[in-house]
Ligand binder design. Structure first.
Ligand SMILES: [Zn+2]
Length: 223
């Protein structure tokens, strides 16, 4: 993945594998995340011109708690949280669930916030104004997921987030090196439809600056 990202001209990528609850996709537990961190350090020491950031895509459980302990998240550079089950909750329950996850000081980004899959699954019924308000209050970054069957946030919500001053990231949700281009091909287009500018998108920053922003935010929130 790192070599492919470098070929695309990227300066860094974050590896955010699924975590424990998603056993079907070999979700990582705390020990595996630590081991992966070691592996990433080895890769970084060998590769030139691309940096790999440690991370995870933790699962948001039914009640908004996460499937990885805070202690393990503390050591990761980019922590995203996302819904992968119970898509039919009522608006108030689902909104509370997502906001509860965003209140965890170790969660940097809410990944594919509405969990829609185009042509297959409706978005979770969320009060997006409340989610964007919570992102503002907690400093949580919202993702524009560029994989073609998600495109989540969609343009309308990008516009609301930008107007609220909530920072975004645009990424590929790549599960294969050939998917890395989705960030540029589709994610950027969706973000532009929502009137986002480069300055609204944290991963337009160099890696060090991005990490400073995330660390700063965690510190302010006691993470
Ligand atoms: Zn996911």
């Amino acid at each position: 993945m790192a070599a492919a990202a470098k070929d695309l001209g990227l300066e860094y990528i974050a590896i955010t594998d699924h975590t424990r609850d998603l056993a079907m996709s070999h979700g990582s537990d705390e020990k595996q995340l630590l081991e992966q961190g070691e592996e990433i350090r080895r890769v970084n020491s060998k590769l030139k011109g691309i940096r790999v950031l440690t991370g995870a895509e933790v699962n948001i459980r039914k009640d908004g708690t996460l499937d990885v302990a805070d202690e393990a998240l503390r050591h990761l550079e980019v922590v995203g949280a996302a819904i992968h089950s119970l898509f039919g909750q009522s608006r108030s329950v689902a909104t509370r669930r997502v906001i509860h996850a965003m209140e965890n000081p170790h969660v940097d980004v809410l990944f594919h916030p509405t969990a829609r899959q185009l042509g297959r699954r409706e978005p979770v019924d969320l009060d997006m104004d409340a989610v964007i308000e919570a992102a503002k209050r907690t400093g949580t970054v919202l993702e524009v997921d560029g994989i073609p069957d998600r495109l989540d946030l969609k343009d309308e919500y990008v516009r609301k987030a930008v107007e609220a001053g909530v920072p975004l990231v645009i990424d590929s949700d790549a599960h294969h090196p050939t998917h890395l281009r989705y960030a540029d091909e589709f994610g950027v287009a969706v973000a532009r439809r929502g009137w986002a500018r480069a300055s609204d998108v944290l991963n337009t920053l160099p890696a060090e600056k991005l990490l400073d922003r995330l660390k700063d935010r965690r510190r302010r929130r006691g993470g």
